[in-house]
Design a protein around this ligand. Structure first.
Ligand SMILES: Cc1cc2nc3c(=O)[nH]c(=O)nc-3n(C[C@H](O)[C@H](O)[C@H](O)COP(=O)(O)O)c2cc1C
Length: 490
């Protein structure tokens, strides 16, 4: 008997901005990027993706402008190209999209560096309630100096320190989400009362970075802790992912280049006592698909004509921290000793799959990033694209894809019309949600009843189960926190 093929996770990867990974494409006549301020635009996209059975619509987000290129502090190349600027906060659109759908999940990026955990926990509990458990938090530590300056810092907090803060941050929110309200605090409240005060507890978190007495100001939502996504690939980022993430988003130019990161995350998760394949990994990919390879290539070239090269170099500046305006137009970064090693290695990766004879100068870098950013690009007929995606799953050992767009919603329309039927024919994607009306966690794991974090997840040690006098982590009677129920605190 042959083993059934693993069914892939598919997310749409978007941003509430006129341009995401497609600077300048708002000028392309069929692109609706300019409608990012219109809630109907997002509702209609969510409905369309739900009808096509996407797992989630995943919103990237940033908290500052891309002002490194020709900078520092210069947004002149960024603003005309709408390079992720202007950008709205995606969280506020979740209730409207949720009211118009039943199954699709909503991934929301939010930073542990610039918002306090108590406020973030409240916001995510609110949208998890209003969406009936369909929210994911994409945990990021952020990367833009401009964000740091706007949040009152002279420069960014040092990279690994941001991750140390993030670890403690997660402890605080787990305590609020999992350990502040007993599971039956509301359902088993004494007659005539809303909730049992002895089942709602201070968390009294006193750490190096945060002081949060609690209790959590929201009652627990269906998932309690929203489904946890993470994106970050440095050594510290991978350790953080292996510890906390239930799903991880990786970018990479080729499947071969992504594989070592996947192996490293899975190995670390295993060392930490987690099931390495229970951590879902999705790769960022741009797919341009049409009836034939030729038509798909022609479509890509047409789209690329609208791209803004200066805007692409502005994005590169923000992502890498390097200002390419300091280099000559003709300098090939693969061989340039004065180029930062990180840039040389990035360009060498890209060059490994580019046609022979390409020169990797500023112009080529801009061309390369004009659509789809630093993720892989797959262009072709349904058969070509499906073959290549199958190869990705095999070679990179990923569980699915975050599919970005060149033109919104046209790129998704093309995927739905051309690619999804081919993937369904091959048995690679589900034909319906595993748990219709279920939470995002139930659908991500295809497991009915799996609304909560797994027992092997570090957040599980804060569970406060029905019938327990105090949560497990507070059982030590010498710990003063073990006495802080609301009744005693008042
Ligand atoms: C694929 C991918 C997507 C990301 N998306 C975002 C995002 O939407 N917003 C953000 O602030 N950071 C985003 N990041 C940044 C990371 O979360 C992280 O803060 C940053 O990359 C620095 O960590 P690192 O050095 O571990 O990668 C993304 C990173 C990756 C790899």
């Amino acid at each position: 008997m042959s083993t059934p093929k693993k069914q892939w996770i598919l997310n749409a990867f978007v941003m509430q901005s006129p341009g995401h990974l497609n600077p300048g494409l708002f000028k392309y006549p069929r692109d609706k990027g300019r409608k990012y301020n219109d809630i109907k635009h997002w509702i209609s996209l969510a409905q369309k993706l739900e009808a096509a059975k996407f797992h989630a619509i995943f919103f990237a987000d940033v908290l500052g402008g891309y002002d490194v290129y020709k900078g520092p502090g210069n947004l002149e190349p960024t603003i005309p190209a709408a390079s992720q600027f202007p950008i709205n906060d995606p969280l506020y659109s979740v209730p409207a999209m949720a009211a118009a759908t039943e199954n699709i999940g909503f991934g929301i990026t939010a930073s542990t560096t610039y918002e306090l955990p108590y406020a973030l926990a409240r916001k995510f509990s609110t949208v998890d309630h209003l969406s009936n458990g369909r929210v994911a938090w994409n945990i990021v530590t952020s990367y833009l100096d401009s964000a740091a300056r706007n949040f009152g810092l002279n420069t960014q907090i040092e990279h690994d320190e941001r991750y140390r803060i993030a670890h403690e941050y997660l402890d605080v929110v787990y305590k609020l989400w999992e350990g502040s309200w007993r599971d039956d605090a509301v359902s088993n409240a004494p007659q005539g009362t809303y909730a049992d005060p002895s089942a709602v507890r201070q968390i009294n978190h006193k750490g190096k970075y945060f002081q949060v007495p609690g209790p959590h100001i929201c009652e627990p939502s269906r998932q309690r802790t929203p489904f946890l996504f993470q994106a970050g690939t440095s050594t510290a980022g991978r350790k953080f992912a292996a510890t906390h993430a239930e799903a991880i988003f990786l970018n990479g130019h080729t499947a071969e280049l992504v594989r070592p990161s996947v192996d490293s995350i899975r190995a670390q998760a295993k060392e930490l006592g987690r099931n390495s394949h229970s951590v879902k990994i999705v790769a960022g990919v741009l797919v341009i698909v049409a009836e034939t390879d030729e038509k798909a290539q022609a479509k890509f070239e047409e789209l690329a004509r609208y791209g803004d090269r200066e805007g692409a170099l502005a994005l590169f500046g923000g992502w890498s921290g390097y200002d390419l305006s300091k280099y000559g137009d003709d300098e090939d970064f693969r061989f340039l000793d004065s180029a930062p090693p990180a840039v040389r290695s990035m360009v060498n990766h890209w060059a490994s799959t580019s046609p022979q004879g390409w020169k990797w100068n500023k112009k080529t870098i801009a061309e390369h990033l004009i659509i789809g950013g630093n993720g892989a690009k797959i262009i072709g007929s349904p058969t070509t694209v499906a073959d290549e995606l199958e190869r990705w799953i095999e070679v990179a050992d990923v569980d699915g894809f975050n599919l970005s767009y060149a033109s919104i919603p046209e790129t998704f329309d093309d995927l739905i019309e051309h690619l999804l039927p081919e993937l369904r024919r091959r048995g690679l994607v589900w034909s319906d949600y595993a748990v219709p009306g279920g939470t995002l966690r139930e659908n991500y794991f295809s497991e009915q009843g799996k609304n909560r974090l797994s027992d092997s997840h570090p957040g599980a040690k804060y569970f406060w189960k029905a019938g327990e006098e105090v949560p497990e982590y507070m059982k030590d009677a010498s710990d003063p926190r073990s006495k802080d129920t609301i009744e005693q605190a008042c």
